[in-house]
Structures are given as structure tokens and as C-alpha cells.
Design a protein around this ligand. Structure first.
Ligand SMILES: [Zn+2]
Length: 92
């Protein structure tokens, strides 16, 4: 999907129920190929995001490879984790 930023969190796959670290990708933050971990400060150039929900970040389960979607939860200027993990049914 070209350029993006990614957020890493341990989540449970809604398809195979495997728990593991998954990399979610989003194009919403300027696509600077940054990789954020839990509690990391999230900045846009020189602006710190205080509170935000970034919808529809996409990933695939490392075990079953099913496509999943989630919401990036930013709280108090930091990446607070992924929420609303759900299956992403792609149309072919
Ligand atoms: Zn899975």
C-alpha cells in the first residue's frame, strides 16, 4: 500500500484467536514510515496529538494471515494501544 506509518500492539486475532504482536498500518499521519510502540509519543511534524481515534488501520494476522482492522487509540499524547479489533472482509 505504498507509504504509511505503523503501530505495534499485542492483540487477539478475531479470526484464529491467536494473541501476538501485530503491525497496524495507517495513511492518516503523513505516511513517514514511522513505527510506534505502546506509550510512544505521537507527533505530526511539530504537533503532538493529544487525544485521537484513528479509524481503520489495517493489518494481517501473523498466524492465519486474515486481514484485520483496528482503531489506533491516542491518549495523553501517546499511543495507548489498539481497540475495536475486527475482521476486514476484502472484496475481490
Ligand atoms: Zn489470525
Amino acid at each position: 500500500m505504498g507509504m504509511f506509518d505503523s503501530f505495534l500492539d499485542v492483540v487477539e486475532c478475531p479470526h484464529c484467536k491467536e494473541k501476538g504482536e501485530v503491525e497496524f498500518q495507517t495513511k492518516a499521519l503523513g505516511c513517514m514510515m514511522r513505527k510506534f510502540r505502546l506509550d510512544e509519543k505521537v507527533k505530526l511534524i511539530d504537533l503532538v496529538l493529544k487525544e485521537a481515534d484513528i479509524n481503520d488501520a489495517i493489518a494481517s494476522c501473523p498466524k492465519c494471515e486474515h486481514h484485520i482492522k483496528g482503531t489506533i487509540w491516542i491518549y495523553d499524547g501517546k499511543f495507548n494501544g489498539m481497540k475495536d479489533i475486527r475482521l476486514w472482509e476484502m472484496r475481490s
